[in-house]
Ligand binder design. Structure first.
Ligand SMILES: Nc1ncnc2c1ncn2[C@@H]1O[C@H](COP(=O)(O)OP(=O)(O)OP(=O)(O)O)[C@@H](O)[C@H]1O
Ligand SMILES: O=C(O)[C@H](O)CO
Length: 355
């Protein structure tokens, strides 16, 4: 039986016959790296399929509705991604949370437009069904205010756009993440929020959100968990840093990354969304800005977005800062590759990809 047809049956709560169960078992084990990443072994695969199948019809309608609302039209993609990634990942996060006596801080890192905030939103929905209250916070929520960034430009005219190290309020970030990490069911925590459409797309901090209880924190951002690299690495990078000015900027941004280390120390785990080609960020980020503008908000023009994404690459280049992480087990726990059409590619732990 075709997997999509099978998942459609599961989604509407139809009883699945034994051969179909066996097919699901075989399919789940066939992708060895993904099975390992979710801790699935031959010994307990039946239990895994049973759990996933019973949750599937409960969770699918709300996830599908969310996906349709944000313009993912293909229900078959939603079925497959929910089965193969979102649901097992959420179950995994819940298991990791259970091992702690405090909220879990799960980092999600990935270049611009790789789908970090969308993934966080979908995980939140699934985790709610599993009985966990997840809260998402973006590195973007920690941006300095518009007024503070204007002052910053006076000190360092190179920080003309929001984004790179130096444009965030680190004290605010530390205070919020520490509160979240220690939170109990009675806590009241104000989460800062950032509105990208404010100030004609330059963005500004907006009303904070009051949250009460939290089990899992999804902390996402384009350089969450990224550490400084050895400065000699810039010597060999000729294509992207054409001028000496660019090289100096890259070196300075690398140095400023060390200011973020106390924040990264609060992460319990880190997921990397890794596009098959980092240039795709350009198109995806453009698409996201168009969606924001179509929703009646203001945003950046196409040429501003192009410059903006380029600027991000110049500050922390993905080939230098992100690519090495796919085989770095001590920093990243899970890699999710993103195909050019934004579908999910390989899913693996860096430790399973080591030569
Ligand atoms: N699984 C997916 N399939 C198709 N499109 C997706 C998927 N995930 C995200 N998108 C689309 O890609 C664009 C970027 O997604 P999203 O805003 O979640 O990325 P991001 O990594 O949080 O971006 P940024 O770094 O700019 O904050 C959006 O237009 C979103 O609708
Ligand atoms: O809009 C932004 O600030 C960047 O895309 C990082 O999320």
């Amino acid at each position: 039986m075709n997997l999509i047809d099978l998942l459609e049956d599961l989604a509407v709560g139809k009883k699945v016959a034994t051969p179909a169960y066996q097919q699901l078992t075989t399919e789940v084990l066939a992708d060895e790296l993904r099975a390992k990443a979710f801790g699935i072994t031959i010994a307990q695969v039946e239990e895994v399929i049973k759990e996933r199948s019973s949750l599937f019809p409960i969770i699918y309608p709300e996830v599908l509705q969310f996906c349709h609302n944000i313009g993912f039209e293909q229900s078959s993609d939603v079925l497959l991604t929910l089965w193969n990634l979102w649901l097992p990942l959420a179950i995994n996060l819940a298991a990791n949370r259970q091992q702690l006596e405090r909220p879990l801080i799960q980092g999600i890192v990935g270049g611009q437009g790789t789908g970090k905030s969308t993934l966080a939103a979908i995980l939140k929905i699934i985790l709610k069904h599993l009985g966990y209250h997840a809260v998402s916070i973006s590195l973007d929520d920690l941006y300095k205010t518009y007024a503070e960034r204007l002052l910053l430009i006076e000190q360092d005219p190179r920080l003309i756009w929001r984004g790179p190290p130096g444009t965030h309020d680190l004290q605010l970030g530390l205070s919020v993440l520490e509160q979240l990490r220690e939170a109990d069911q009675q806590s009241n925590i104000l989460i800062p929020r950032f509105d990208k459409s404010a100030k004609k797309g330059a963005g500004d901090r907006t009303q904070p959100e009051l949250i009460q209880a939290v089990d899992i924190v999804l902390f996402e951002g384009w350089f969450v968990g990224i550490r400084p690299i050895t400065p000699t690495a810039f010597e060999h990078q000729t294509a992207s840093f054409v001028t000496e000015t660019d090289k100096l900027f890259a070196r300075d941004m690398n140095a400023r990354l060390s200011e973020y280390l106390p924040l990264w120390q609060l992460l319990d785990r880190l997921i990397l969304l890794y596009p098959v080609d980092y240039h795709l960020s350009q198109e995806w980020r453009l698409q996201a800005e168009h969606q924001m503008i179509a929703a009646g908000k203001s945003g950046m023009t196409d040429s501003q977005i192009k410059e903006f994404v380029n600027y991000f690459w110049k500050s922390l280049h993905p080939e230098l800062f992100i690519k090495p992480l796919i085989t770095h087990p001590s920093y990243v726990d899970l890699v999710i590759e993103i195909n050019a059409d934004q579908s999910i590619g390989a899913v693996y732990r860096p430790c399973d990809r080591l030569p």
